[in-house]
Design a protein around this ligand. Structure first.
Ligand SMILES: [Zn+2]
Length: 144
């Protein structure tokens, strides 16, 4: 992934900053301790990095895109956790469905249309399974 230094929203300068700069006292709770973030110094658009590296997951996101990424992540996490899938297998499935390499299959770097595709994929999966194994889905639903 090419690292851009100019914000695509406002033209501000993007800098690599420690996660603490963004998340403050919530850094640890959000699992971002020791992580780095690319952040526009003007509008605050940002994107995280691959764990333990300075490689960005994608392009910086403004508030609207960040919300969309969170929404997509929530759909995806809910799906694989409910299924009792392994995280790695879940990402393998996502990569295949999205026609991406494993290293590119990070929702934290997805664009608007990719996020919507994740949400749609998860919804379709859920509906397909609900028809086949309603009682199992209900059981899993209770335990989460
Ligand atoms: Zn900006």
């Amino acid at each position: 992934m090419e690292i851009s230094t100019i914000c695509r929203y406002c033209g501000g300068v993007i800098r690599l900053v420690p996660a603490e700069t963004v998340y403050d006292e919530h850094t640890e709770r959000r699992g971002k301790k020791g992580e780095m973030i690319y952040q526009c110094q003007n509008c605050g658009a940002r994107v995280g990095c691959h764990k333990g590296t300075n490689r960005p997951l994608g392009k910086v996101a403004n508030e609207i895109l960040r919300c969309k990424r969170v929404q997509a992540h929530r759909s995806f996490d809910r799906l694989w956790k409910r299924r009792g899938m392994e995280r790695r297998n879940a990402y393998r499935w996502l990569a295949k469905e999205m026609d991406l390499s494993m290293s590119a299959a990070h929702i934290g770097g997805f664009e608007m249309d990719q996020c919507q595709r994740v949400i749609d994929l998860c919804r379709n999966e859920k509906e397909a399974h609900h028809e086949r194994w309603p009682e199992k889905t209900d059981l899993l639903h209770v335990s989460t």
